[in-house]
Structures are given as C-alpha cells and as structure tokens.
Design a protein around this ligand. Structure first.
Ligand code: NAD
Length: 329
C-alpha cells in the first residue's frame, strides 16, 4: 500500500516512521492537500490528511483520476471533506474518532488557568527582573459556574476536571450525557447557559447549525467580564462580534486554540512575515486574549493513538473490513 502523507510536521514523522515500509510505504509531503497539490498523489493508493487539507469536490476528483482509493484523516473532525463527492467517486474516507480527549480538555484548562492567573505574563516579567505583582490578580475557580457547550468525549472530561476545581457545571447539548448528571452537572437551555456562566467552553463540532453559535446576540445575554474558551473549531465564534465584545468589556477573557481563518496562519512560522490578517492582528493586541495555534491535540499519547488508529484504518480498508471509523454520507 502506497500512502501520500500531506501537511507533514516533525511530530507526525516521529509517530508514523515506525510503520514506514513495515506496514505501509509512506511518502511525506510538507504541503497541504488541496486542488493545486492533489496531483502529487498520482500513483498512491491513499492519502493521509489533517485539519487544514481541503478535500473539496475538485480535489477529490483529481485524487480519483490519479488512482487514489482511500483517504485517512489524522483527526476526528471531517468538515474539510466533501463526503458526498468522495462517495460518488468511490473513495473511502476514514477518521480517528477519538484520540486522547483528555489532551484537548486539559488544553482548555491550560488556557483558563493561564488567562486567569497570568502565568505567561509573570514568566516574561521575571526573566526581565520585574518581580512586581501589579496587574497579575486572578480569581478563584472554586465556586464559579462553568458552562460546557457540547458534552461528548472532550466536553464531558473537561466538565469532570472543572468539577475537580470546585466549579458548578452547567451544560448544553442536543443529547444529554448521563456522565454529566452523575458528576453533579445540570443541563440547561442555551440561553440560560449564556446568562449564568462565568466561564464558557465550546466542545461541539462545527456544522451549519453551530457556525457562529457565539455571536453578538449571545454576547448580550452573557455576564459582564466573563471568560470564553474555544478549543473546538474557529467558526463556532463570530470573531468580529467577539472583538466588539472585548472592546466593550462584555468579554473579560478570551482563550482560543482555533480561529476562523486559521488555515492561512496556523502550523506555519510567519515570524519574519507581515501578517495580512487584520482580525487576528487585532485579537493579538488585546492583553486579555490568549491564542494557541491548534495544539490541543499535541500530546505524545494523542499522537501515538492517531498513528495506531490511522494504520489500523488502512489495514481495514485493505482487508475490506467494516469499521465505525469509516465516514458515510
Ligand atoms: P463528540 O462527537 O464526542 O462530542 C460533540 C458533542 O457536541 C456531542 O455530544 C454532540 O451531541 C454535541 N453537539 C452537536 N451539535 C450540537 C449543537 N448544535 N449544540 C450543542 N451541542 C452539540 O466530539 P469530541 O471528540 O468531544 O470533539 C469535540 C470537538 O473538538 C470536535 O468536533 C473538534 O472540532 C474539536 N477538536 C479539537 C481539537 C484540537 O486540537 N483543538 C482536537 C480534537 C477535536
């Protein structure tokens, strides 16, 4: 089996190299897969892709013409793949539905703790010999109300961990997860969650229903000075409305691991380039905004699981085995 591996980073090689040639013939490409790079896959049986690869109808058609028969995603979300087009072209698509949900839940908590206790600022100050405590005041998490939107694998672990800090957990999801209730959490309406939360963390997938679920109308219902965390997908938040909420003080803290236009920025070293995206430039300018570049998944446990499940998906494709990891329309 020959596999063209797109959007390759050093950490991908570290975890996929052990399978190279033993189980699969891997060719790494650093470029993103989209219509202009799809011809690189000529002569390969399958492609392995990540969150910023764009498998729209045109790209999939080029892959099919070049003999590609399967796509293995190294992630859970599949909003970047046109599944209907893949099915029409006879390309099988697989994903890694869960890889250490703890990794993302813990990253959301890292954003909360950093924004609140300002350890990033303290670290820099002390390296410059500034031992002042001015403007480093935080608040106790104990006793605060945390609203969890989307209580699947990641959201329920996040809720359990925040319960451990002594927070009161309220949740909103289309389907109730009994683990939330067993942990002492309460399901409320979307509006009540916005009204009552001191901290809101987003853990629902991106789909037409959830796009811009946080917008200027939702900010109106929120407490003044609340904290918003998004480790799920950038377009869940209307970024322009979020900037207005930050400017008015409605939003007191913003922690994001994902961003609406992240494809042009994230996973790249642009330190010597002019950033042309004025929206992220404005976000970066706020002292109460913390941005990480989609690193929620980046733990050794998660990367190990991604590699193992991806290789198993390829073996299942080869053997013609039915698997729940295969995506159907
Ligand atoms: P999951 O499928 O286990 O849970 C998603 C939950 O969202 C489900 O309970 C579902 O019912 C709920 N949901 C769906 N539509 C909803 C709506 N309209 N309103 C409220 N809830 C809704 O998924 P998961 O494994 O917990 O992952 C959640 C998201 O995290 C993924 O979709 C992905 O976008 C994101 N993610 C980010 C990273 C990262 O590195 N930052 C890594 C993995 C996943």
């Amino acid at each position: 089996m020959k596999l063209a591996f797109f959007s390759t980073k050093s950490y991908d090689k570290e975890f996929f190299d052990p399978y190279h040639q033993q189980e699969i013939d891997l060719k790494y490409f650093e470029v993103r897969l989209y219509k202009d790079t799809a011809n690189l896959a000529k002569g390969y049986d399958g492609v392995c892709v990540f969150v910023h690869d764009d498998l729209d109808e045109e790209t999939l058609a080029i892959l099919a013409e070049n003999g590609v028969k399967f796509v293995v995603l190294r992630c859970a979300g599949f909003n970047n793949v046109n599944l209907a087009a893949a099915e029409k072209l006879g390309i099988n698509v697989y994903r890694v539905p869960a890889y250490s949900p703890e990794a993302v839940a813990e990253h959301a908590i890292a954003l909360i703790l950093t924004l609140n206790r300002k350890t990033h600022k303290a670290y820099n100050r002390i390296r410059e010999g500034n031992f002042s405590l001015e403007r480093l005041r935080g608040f106790n998490l104990h006793g605060k109300t945390v609203g969890v939107i989307g209580t699947g694998k990641i959201g329920s672990i996040f809720a359990k961990n925040m319960k451990g800090f002594g927070c009161n957990i309220i949740a909103y999801d289309k389907f109730e997860n009994k683990e939330i209730i067993e942990q002492g959490g309460t399901y409320v309406s979307f509006e009540k969650l916005l009204e009552q939360s001191d901290i809101i963390s987003l853990h629902c997938p991106l789909n037409p229903e959830t796009k811009h679920i946080i917008n200027k109308e939702s900010f109106k219902l929120m407490k003044d000075g609340m904290m918003l965390i998004n480790t799920s997908r950038g377009p869940l938040i209307n970024t322009v409305d979020t900037i207005e909420a930050l400017k008015s003080g409605k939003l007191g803290y913003l922690g994001i691991d994902v961003y609406e236009q992240e494809e042009q920025l994230f996973f790249k070293d642009l330190s010597e380039s002019v950033i042309k995206d004025d929206i992220i430039a404005r976000l970066i300018s706020f002292p109460n905004v913390l941005i990480t570049a989609h690193q929620g998944f980046l733990t050794k446990e998660a990367l190990q699981q991604i590699a193992e499940v991806t290789i198993q998906n390829i073996k299942d494709f080869k053997a013609g085995n039915a698997t729940n990891n295969q995506l159907k329309v």
